[in-house]
Structure formats: structure tokens, C-alpha cells
Design a protein around this ligand. Structure first.
Ligand code: AMP
Length: 192
């Protein structure tokens, strides 16, 4: 049983690594970005609301995001653990998640941060924009998303560091190489 978070700047490969961790640990991966994108594709009211923010590289408001996460974490498949990808991104979201977990008598085991240099990330994301046509992958929006990461999400990382459950992994390198580092780091964190 593992309950963990994966945090990383846009372009750090956290989605790819999250899928691999999920397979190897047998826990469900929940990506708030993926849930938003599925809603955008399905043109649901949630998707229509979220799209405005996503296209600008802004955070979707907590009033929308928090409730969505709470609902998702109340489903049966997370009883045996979960890996949250892309949430929390603000300290207010940390507080909200704390409350959800406390209500369920649960706690986080590991918070994994993937690290990477900004210029490397911009180059990667511009490459991805060509391949996937993601509407939030142009240079202005990319830089804005990185700025938000530094301004808001690094404070989230600091909170978990204070609690002693943060483990950092270098996200630069081949996908398999990074997965090896990630799995090793999780193993060490769980043994600690
Ligand atoms: P991601 O795929 O994790 O990079 O998320 C894509 C976009 O979805 C972000 O740029 C935000 O607009 C939105 N999003 C995802 N997770 C959150 C969150 N925890 N809080 C607010 N917005 C989010």
C-alpha cells in the first residue's frame, strides 16, 4: 500500500513516470491534468470552465480543482493506495488534501519531486508542442507555467520537505534511466 505524490515542473516527464510507478507499485495514478483534458475533450461544464485557464497556462481555481480531487479520492479504487500527479500545486491545495486524508484516517508515505533545469524544460516542451499540438505548449504559456511552478509549487515542496517525506530525483536523462532512479528513491523512502 502506497499513497504518494509526484511533483515536477511542466515538461519534467512526471506523467510518464507516474504511469510507470503506478504499474510497478500496483496503485492507481490520478492526474488532475489528465482529468481536466478528458473533460475538455468531452466538452463537459467542468471542461469548458477549465479550458480557459489551461490555455492561458494558469491554474484552474481551487473551487473547481479541490472538489474534483475530493470526489476522485472517494472512489473505491484508491482504497489500496494512489499516486497523485499534478496535485497539490498550491499550499492551499496542500491544506485541502491534508483535510481529505485526515478525514479518511490516511497519510502520505512519499512525495517525489522530479527536478530539471528551466531551459531544458522549455526545449522539451517546445518539442512536445510540435508532436502533440497541446494547446498549452507555446513558449509564452510554457514560461508562464514554469513561473507559476516556481512561485507556487516550490512552496508545496518545501512543506513536504519540512515534514520529512520529500524525496528528490533528477529528471534529466533517458526515460528508463529516470524510472530506475525513481523506483530506487521510492524504495529507499519507504524503508526509511
Ligand atoms: P499538467 O498536465 O499536470 O501539466 O496540468 C495541465 C493544466 O491543468 C495546468 O497547467 C493547469 O491549468 C491545470 N491543472 C492541473 N492540475 C492542477 C491543479 N492541481 N491546480 C490547478 N490547476 C491544475
Amino acid at each position: 500500500m502506497t499513497r504518494m505524490l509526484i511533483i515536477g515542473p511542466p515538461g519534467s516527464g512526471k506523467g510518464t513516470q507516474a504511469e510507470r510507478i503506478s504499474e510497478r507499485l500496483g496503485v492507481v495514478a490520478i492526474s488532475t491534468g489528465d482529468i481536466f483534458r478528458a473533460n475538455v475533450r468531452g466538452e463537459t461544464p467542468l471542461g469548458v470552465e477549465a479550458k480557459k485557464y489551461m490555455d492561458a497556462g494558469d491554474f484552474v481555481p481551487d473551487s473547481v480543482t479541490n472538489k474534483m480531487v475530493r470526489d476522485r479520492l472517494s472512489e473505491a479504487d484508491v482504497e489500496d493506495g494512489f499516486l497523485l500527479d499534478g496535485y497539490p500545486r498550491t499550499t492551499a491545495q496542500v491544506d485541502y488534501l491534508d483535510e481529505i486524508l485526515a478525514n479518511g484516517d490516511q497519510k502520505l508515505d512519499v512525495v517525489l519531486q522530479l527536478t530539471a533545469d528551466d531551459e531544458e524544460l522549455v526545449a522539451r516542451l517546445l518539442g512536445r508542442a510540435k508532436e502533440t499540438g497541446r494547446s498549452d505548449d507555446n513558449e509564452g504559456v510554457i514560461r508562464h507555467r514554469l513561473d507559476l511552478y516556481h512561485e507556487q509549487t516550490e512552496a508545496v515542496v518545501a512543506k513536504y520537505a519540512e515534514r520529512g517525506i520529500l524525496t528528490q530525483v533528477d529528471g534529466i536523462g533517458g526515460i528508463d534511466e529516470v524510472t530506475d532512479r525513481v523506483m530506487q528513491a521510492i524504495k529507499e523512502a519507504q524503508a526509511a
